[in-house]
Design a binder for this molecule. Structure first.
Ligand code: GSH
Length: 201
């Protein structure tokens, strides 16, 4: 099992889940901005030149949510995913996919507008709109977490994806002070050794 990884990226989700499952893996390390991520050798593996990519024998997947779904389906042995017949299963699917569908689009805008673009090309209007949208998407997480410790019953693969997105959003400046359930949730996740070692991998 090989993971193409860079620190502080969505690749943390994959390594976190592998750690939670206790699965051995090899890391191919990049740093964001490395020319090697756009080199023909890596583009042949991931045509977008992004991380994560998972290789498992002949299997190659490069969407972090799909990787999570694959790992628990193929190797979870029932762990980290609710039973298909359980009422928590559709809840799990909803929140597993929520990160890439809803939280990450405004996060991507904030990364571009506050980190990647040179100052003269940044737009305050884009930043304001992205911040408002991000808070709206996190407010839905907040309401869902009322009375819950995790997104879908017990800790699950959905937390390694959408929980990671909540942590990234707060690190990018999303103010969680009015979102106490989400703030407590991110602290709960950050206390997990499997996440700590994925972050420092
Ligand atoms: N939807 C993809 C997004 C992958 C993605 O955008 N990864 C970022 C890091 S979080 C990346 O590799 N960026 C490098 C670049 O754009 O050069 C996923 O969920 O895996």
């Amino acid at each position: 099992m090989k993971v193409y990884y860079a620190p502080n990226t969505r690749a943390v989700r994959t390594v976190w889940l592998l750690n939670e499952l206790g699965m051995e893996h090899e890391l191919v390390r990049f740093k964001l901005g490395d020319k090697a991520m756009r080199a023909p050798e890596y583009l042949a593996i991931n045509p977008n030149g992004r991380v994560p990519t998972l290789e498992d024998g002949d299997v190659r997947i490069s969407e972090s949510t799909a990787i999570a779904q694959y790992l628990v389906a193929r190797y979870g042995k029932g762990r980290l995913v609710p039973e298909v017949t359980s009422p928590e299963f559709p809840v799990y699917l909803q929140w597993l996919h929520y990160a890439e569908g809803m939280i990450m689009p405004p996060v991507n805008t904030l990364v571009v507008e506050t980190i990647l673009l040179p100052p003269e090309r940044r737009s305050e209007a884009n930043v304001d709109r992205a911040r408002k949208l991000l808070i709206r998407t996190l407010t839905a997480v907040e309401a869902h977490l009322q009375g819950r410790e995790y997104l879908a019953g017990e800790f699950s693969a959905a937390d390694t994806v959408t929980g990671h997105a909540c942590i990234v959003a707060s690190r990018l400046g999303a103010d969680l002070s009015a979102l106490p359930n989400t703030a407590a949730y991110t602290q709960r996740l950050l206390a997990r050794p499997a996440l700590q070692s994925a972050w420092d991998a």
